[in-house]
Design a protein around this ligand. Sequence first.
Ligand SMILES: Cc1cc2nc3c(=O)[nH]c(=O)nc-3n(C[C@H](O)[C@H](O)[C@H](O)COP(=O)(O)OP(=O)(O)OC[C@H]3O[C@@H](n4cnc5c(N)ncnc54)[C@H](O)[C@@H]3O)c2cc1C
Length: 451
Amino acid sequence: MGATAGMGSFAPISFWMDTNATNDRVAPTLAGSYEVDVAIVGAGYTGLSTALALRADGLSVALVERDVAGAGASGRNCGQVGADIGKSLQALRMQLGRERAREATAVLRAAISHLEEAIHTHGIDCSYQQTGNIFAGVHPRQTRFIERTARIAEELRLPVTVLSRNELRARGIPEAVVCGYQEHLGGALHPGRYARGLRRAALAAGALLFERSPVLSIEDGDPLILRTPHGRLRCGRCVLATNAYTPNLGWMRRMILPVAVSALVTEPLNDTQRARLGWEGREPIYTAHHVLENLRWTDDGRILVGTKRVRTGFGRAFAPADDPKTFRALERVLRTRFPELHDVPVVRRWTGPVALTPDFLPVFGRTGRARNVFYGGGYGGHGISMASYAGRIIADLIAGRDLGPARVLVDRHLPPLPPEPLRWLVGNTIISTLQRLDDRLDHAAQRERVR
Ligand SMILES: Cc1cc2nc3c(=O)[nH]c(=O)nc-3n(C[C@H](O)[C@H](O)[C@H](O)COP(=O)(O)OP(=O)(O)OC[C@H]3O[C@@H](n4cnc5c(N)ncnc54)[C@H](O)[C@@H]3O)c2cc1C
């Protein structure tokens, strides 16, 4: 038996893209020469939302995608739309101070509303459930941290309700959650169907889309020239919507650290298993670990478990996608958080890249010799809403409009990431230390439950 036996089959993109049955045809590859106002590299949520926003401004745009729209993190994530911005709220307030932290959370609120509006306006059928999320502790010693975080959330105008253990039980939240709060913003969606919906909306708005067209180089200057294996695109401005893939394009190497994140799903629960589990409200859960756990129902009645372990590759290489240790850790999470589901098989597992920045906050801005290369990314594992709103921010930047609170995330001066091999060494030391602390907490939680 292989090291991942019993953990279902590995999906080259993800469970969401496999089950994303669609009649949409793959768009043509870029062949020959084209000219547009703005070229957008990458058709994930950032690229698609940018295409929509720029079309609304009347600009001609072309999306150039290496694979198919949603093939990156946008079609691989856990689908939890949360009021999270990549770091703890304590750390956010400490770094930015109260007023600027409030601006950052105002952007987050705007991003979630924008996503909900986009789903509504474009009629996107992505099973979005506006349940909010549960921020969860698995050991009683996390109670004070959760209460403190809830106070800061209120101060930063993120509405939350602290829930006692009894209140959690009364809501049917699994017993492994011993303390927590309810975030009232966001919920859960089907990431693949959401990406396809945005793709359709961008096409309907008149954006050109080229799929299976990797951008090999961007010739800096004014105009910019993008080259793919069979074509070239001339444009006055370009948007890097490539998030974790951006350093491999030769841009933002000192600002973006790609890390691999994985997830798995069970087969759909039967009636008995559902009854055993409870959790009728189906609020998605993310835990208060250093490296969080995503726990949620899918719209077709499966349980999804994600994150828990993150990995960096060396240099330009991504960390291996089908990593047995990572999937064993995820399966352990499934069995310890939901002991009622000991007999439910895992059927699918997958991995995708997220982008971290040196301070774990998203980055937006412009670069290039003529300052005509725009970018948005670095959302960590919390990018569904931010990437969906990225288009609004980038369109405002391009048009020279007032950015409002989003200015706090724009043209930031960050300490550069160190070069290799230091980057790999530092990255891995930090990650393994945090994961060891999480493991210690989990052991203590297990002992507490047995008692
Ligand atoms: C396993 C996992 C779980 C996650 N869970 C959550 C979650 O629950 N909640 C949440 O908010 N966020 C989550 N995230 C993060 C979220 O998915 C991302 O922040 C978001 O999707 C980023 O969107 P994007 O469009 O910027 O990047 P991507 O979706 O990665 O898009 C970049 C695109 O660029 C394309 N590309 C790359 N190089 C080239 C090139 N040379 N030429 C042309 N195209 C190129 C790629 O193919 C890709 O389609 C998760 C991510 C992962 C991987």
